[in-house]
Design a protein around this ligand. Sequence first.
Ligand code: ATP
Length: 364
Amino acid sequence: MASNLRIALIRGDGIGVDVADATVAIVDAALAKVGAPSFTYEDIQAGAGYFKETGHDIEPGGEDRAGEMDAIFLGAIGLPAIRHTDGTEIAPHLRLREIYGLYAGLRPVKAYPNAPQRLADPRAAEIDMVILRESTEGLFYSAATHGRSDIRGDTEVRDTLRITRETTEKLHHFGFRYAERRKERGRPGRITCVDKANVFASMAFCRKIFDEIAPNYPGIEAGHNYVDAQALDLIRRPWDFDVMVMENMFGDILSDLAGGLVGGMGMAACAEIGDKVGLFQPAHGSAPDIMGQDKANPLAAILSGAMMLDYLADKADNAQLSDAATLIEDAVADGFEANALRPMEFGGDMGTAAVTSELLSRLR
Ligand code: ATP
């Protein structure tokens, strides 16, 4: 039975297609297991391959159609050899982020047993944190794709870092609520505002709004850290952090650093959430070096699929969807624990199909 929940499915390019297909299979299995009806997927063509064929980076009306669905799932977009005439890569997903105001970029970072750990300290096994990256303004407000750089000939270029009260209030509320939700699931209930408030007025403003909002959430321990100290602490004691909220560029950098602590890009799940629209995608790209070889680790995409289920559980007020998300997360954790998930990305013997079928067998 199909539910009335509709997902815009943008498979995209390279391994994006494989990991998106794997995610659909796993999400369907989890829904069936909890007795919930399956989703209706509506394909939207987009990406570098589509651009090469048609001259468009997304099918006509694709952005509107995507925004009308209950959620958007995206595999990966872009191929280095196919570019616009100005040399920039094909990136319609950045436009979706802009159009739909997807300000809350969630990037969970969790250590799994038998997956690579880069730190020798045994406490590295306890790493379980989330970076909440503001994703519509900050320094990316001026990103080249938005055409907002102030280019003064060949002598000077100025990029603007923008922090607005409206977005920052929403961001911090989102962060505190997310910390509360994690606390219900056994995490410590802690949030750290990561900034550079000692140097920049924009960052002091961001911190001021954080401090204004904190008293609304008495059950959550709120703290601050300067971004340079946070980089150090992510190496020295990452196990002490829970939710970290930060400006766009800081989040871009620290989420790669944090992701590196627990493996690689194939584990990097991502959600981008706005007031009305949520987009879910692995944080990695289309990986042209391994495309078409069944070598991609689909877990980043699959864990992003679990985040989509959680998001829809709230949106549709349906606890079954949240149970389906937990089933997927537990299947991944148990699979690693039993050493039954051995992705090639980590030197193991399992390609995309084998990882997917192992998880499917755990969900049946
Ligand atoms: P983008 O800029 O589009 O995010 P990128 O150029 O940073 O992409 P990716 O496509 O993410 O690069 O690939 C970076 C490296 O990580 C490549 O060597 C790629 O093979 C590897 N990689 C990325 N995703 C996966 C995955 N799911 N499984 C295994 N390896 C991956």
